[in-house]
Design a binder for this molecule. Structure first.
Ligand SMILES: [Zn+2]
Length: 361
């Protein structure tokens, strides 16, 4: 049985250890001690990614989460009120993804005290997930033993099972115009801001369709009020769960930039780079079935959902593993209103426990 008080205490302790992306060393040491105390062999790589292992019987199963949090996430003071945990309103809570880590620790604690049969368990807690899956990208994936895994890095009510996630491309463009004195010789200049504005105006952005999105997130350019700007840099992205749609989207972003540049006698350098690959699992995939069954046993109706965002599961699936993201119960992640209900944490841990025991059977 999941111990509600212990799970809650673990969660409250974890969120009070600061671990903004890139500053996870203290959190990694804290977690290493916790997993060692539960009988796991623990290794930290040079980037503080944690891999821990508990021997068992049969096919190994991975339990994954990430230890970094977004900002503002220093000095988090969790407040428990009416069965819901929130921050004091000045920071995020860090349930994304300390709730996932707490659920994994509770699962291991229950297995340890009950001595029940379980598969070999491989725990992966990464760093720098929030800044573009950098921790998992840097991890040596060849050291991972498991083909199957559960990742606890998804918000929403317990029972949500993420079966697909988009492929993500990074779009960067530099528009080159021609500088000139804005008062004396404006006709000699080519205004790179005007070119960029026209390109952005003509570009399909936002929600393109149910599985495709695009955004220009940063625009940078100009030196002074009285100089026709000769350089503008655009930083954007596109995502789709269909690679063909993604490629059509990035091609139209490129075309809008090139067309505007041609129309104004400017030039543009466009760079499109793949950040990570998407994945799509069917209802019949072994890991999806195992989690859906664990949910039903717990009295929770499983809901298979697509995701609009990427996670460590993208990288693991691209490496031939079948890792499925399961909700850890948080709501309002990446905001000051982030919260998680204690009952949802307990339900999530109970589902993971059932999944682990069922996987050994
Ligand atoms: Zn997360």
């Amino acid at each position: 049985m999941v111990n509600e008080q212990r799970l809650l205490n673990t969660f409250l302790e974890l969120v009070q250890v600061d671990s903004p992306s890139g500053e996870e060393a203290t959190m990694a040491q804290d977690l290493a001690a916790r997993f060692t105390g539960l009988g796991l062999g623990v290794e930290l790589d040079a980037h503080h990614n944690l891999v821990a292992f508990l021997p068992g019987q049969g096919e190994p199963l991975m339990l994954a989460a990430h230890m970094d949090t977004v900002m503002p996430g220093r000095g988090i003071r969790p407040v428990v009120q009416d069965g819901v945990v929130r921050s004091d309103g000045t920071t995020i809570l860090g349930a994304d993804d300390k709730a996932g880590v707490a659920v994994i620790l509770e699962t291991l604690a229950v297995l340890s005290e009950t001595g029940s049969a379980h598969p070999p368990l491989e725990v992966l807690v990464t760093v720098q997930e929030e800044t573009g899956l950098n921790g998992i990208k840097l991890l040596d994936k060849s050291r991972l033993l498991s083909r199957f895994g559960v990742s606890l890095d998804c918000g929403g009510p317990p029972g949500a099972i993420v079966v697909s996630a988009p492929t993500h491309d990074l779009v960067t463009a530099v528009v080159h115009g021609r500088a000139a004195h804005a008062g004396a010789h404006p006709e000699l200049g080519v205004n790179a801001i005007v070119v960029a504005a026209e390109a952005i105006h003509n570009m399909p952005l936002g929600r393109i369709d149910a599985e495709t999105t695009a955004n220009i997130g940063i625009i940078h350019g100009g030196l002074a009020r009285n100089i026709v700007p000769d350089r503008v840099e655009l930083t954007g992205e596109a995502r789709s769960r269909q690679v063909a749609k993604l490629e059509a989207q990035t091609a139209s972003m490129r075309e809008a930039l090139e067309q505007a540049a041609r129309a104004h006698d400017a030039t543009v350098d466009v760079e499109i780079a793949r950040s990570y690959q998407g994945y799509a699992l069917t209802e019949s995939a072994r890991m999806v079935q195992a989690l859906a069954e664990a949910c039903r046993q717990e009295g929770v109706e499983p809901v298979l959902v697509p995701s609009g965002g990427g996670s460590d599961a993208n990288i693991l699936n691209a490496h031939g593993k079948q890792v499925v993201n399961l909700s850890m119960g948080a709501q309002g992640e990446h905001t000051l209103h982030e919260q998680v209900a204690v009952a949802d944490l307990v339900t999530c841990a109970s589902i993971v426990l059932r999944c682990v025991r069922g996987f050994a059977a």
